[in-house]
Design a binder for this molecule. Structure first.
Ligand SMILES: Cc1cc2nc3c(=O)[nH]c(=O)nc-3n(C[C@H](O)[C@H](O)[C@H](O)COP(=O)(O)OP(=O)(O)OC[C@H]3O[C@@H](n4cnc5c(N)ncnc54)[C@H](O)[C@@H]3O)c2cc1C
Length: 407
């Protein structure tokens, strides 16, 4: 084990803090630079499923906190343009063993790691210059510094990836949809439940969060790439109005409430594919390396497993980044590709292209609880999540034995 390596992590979302945790356990120092002024709240609920995910959360001491904050969601009900119930999508069909809001998970990870991690909020990397002994890093705000290694855990539009690997257009595969999420008061007064309304090429959803004290509004829509709306919140709001004004159900009310929302999360639905995740002393992690997209339901588990493997391989290689990065990729790549594959075909199921397809899907939803296929879907998703064996790095087992956690 080494105690001398200092690792700079760009991105304080999920993968970055998870890596800081494991680096600390192996005796490395970590600095996390995050462009937002504080840990970012917002986002959908994220699922963990299967023993690999659960043992990892248990080893990180996160399982209790996640249990406390779990969403406890009931059914999502499909409604028509006037809000009339069409069919319930059962709660246990797609959610994992434990489900938590992404923002709550980000908060837990930050709390868990801040006693031993240097967090720099409101800044980001502007240049990386590598030499034989380290990387000279300049920042938008802070003074230049030197680090032994740099990790890009800064999400699907990674700045580190752009600096070290090139323009993102080479690595991002757009899957034909965009999505937006924001917080609203639970003005529909639902109790651990949600609603989904679809019209061709569009989906509007609303579900309660944080014990019914608030709700999430979610819009999905079919569209090609929208570069003008990438970083411009006003343009994002305009795009959402253009697609959802007057489409029915609560769309107009949700658009009205969007302007008061504390954070609007808006992005394309895409995957990230690179031939290699490392360039010299720079390596990518989480969505920056291998985003599987929200359609896969695997992105958060994949990011956290990647963090465990990357830190473990660095420890095992005594801090030799060349060996460690090659082994990290060898351990994780097949698993990451499996997670990406689980998004195949999901977009047409989530956002039907035509009224006929929407009707067919509703019939399928209606029958699903009574078909043996119900168990097969859940089983196949769990199989993907469990398709990796985590090595006990530096002689430490992944997790102490613990009870299986299933609803
Ligand atoms: C606010 C938010 C909401 C999300 N909502 C959903 C959702 O509803 N459903 C879903 O499937 N996935 C969502 N995601 C993505 C999801 O968190 C990831 O797919 C997954 O958890 C992997 O995490 P990650 O840490 O690799 O990436 P992310 O969670 O995206 O974290 C990346 C972090 O890097 C920061 N960052 C970006 N660029 C820079 C830069 N240049 N310098 C410094 N920091 C930078 C971002 O602010 C963010 O905090 C969301 C991400 C964010 C940031």
């Amino acid at each position: 084990m080494t105690t001398t390596k200092h690792v700079l992590i760009s991105g304080g979302g999920i993968a970055g803090p998870a890596l800081a945790y494991w680096l600390h356990r192996h005796g490395f120092a970590a600095t996390v630079v995050e462009k937002a002024p504080a840990p970012r709240d917002g986002g959908h609920a994220v699922d963990f499923r299967g023993e690999v995910h659960l043992s990892l959360l248990r080893s990180m001491g996160l399982l209790e906190g996640i249990e406390r904050l779990r969403t406890g969601m009931g059914p999502m009900t499909y409604v028509d343009a006037r809000g009339k119930r069409l069919v319930d999508s059962p709660a246990d069909l797609f959610s994992g063993d434990v489900e938590i809001l992404r923002g709550d998970l980000a908060g837990l990870l930050h709390e868990r790691t801040k006693p031993f991690t240097e967090y720099v909020f409101g800044d980001s990397i502007t240049s990386l210059t590598e030499d034989a002994t380290g990387v000279h890093v300049t920042f938008e705000r802070g003074a230049p510094r030197r680090f032994d290694l740099v990790v890009g855990a800064d999400g699907i539009h990674s700045g580190v990836r752009r600096l070290a690997f090139g323009d993102e257009a080479r690595f991002i595969k757009h899957l034909g949809l965009h999505y937006a999420i924001f917080t609203v008061p639970n003005y529909l007064g639902l109790d651990h439940a949600g609603r989904i309304y679809t019209t061709p090429g569009k989906l509007v959803s609303y579900y309660t969060a944080r014990r019914n004290t608030e709700a999430r509004a979610v819009f999905y829509f079919a569209a090609g790439e929208l570069p003008h709306a990438r970083r411009d919140t006003a343009a994002q709001r305009a795009v959402l109005r253009e697609h959802f004004a007057g489409v029915g159900w609560e769309s107009d009310e949700l658009l009205r409430r969007m302007d008061q929302a504390p954070e609007l999360f808006f992005d394309q639905i895409a995957q990230v594919k690179l031939d290699s995740w490392a360039r010299g002393r720079v390596v990518l992690l989480g969505d920056a390396a291998c985003c599987a997209s929200p359609l896969s339901g695997m992105g958060t588990g994949l990011a956290m497993i990647g963090a465990y493997v990357l830190a473990g391989e660095l420890a095992e290689a005594g801090g030799d980044h060349r060996t460690a990065f090659a082994r990290y990729e060898a351990e994780l790549r097949e698993y990451a590709e499996g997670c990406q594959k689980s998004a195949d075909g999901v977009s047409g199921f989530l956002v039907p292209k035509s009224r006929r397809m929407a009707w067919l899907l509703r019939q399928q939803q209606r029958l699903l609880p009574y078909l043996p296929g119900k168990k097969l879907i859940a089983k196949s998703v769990r199989k993907t999540a469990e398709a990796i064996t985590l090595k006990p790095y530096a002689g430490k087992p992944v997790a102490p034995a613990g009870p299986r956690l299933v609803d």
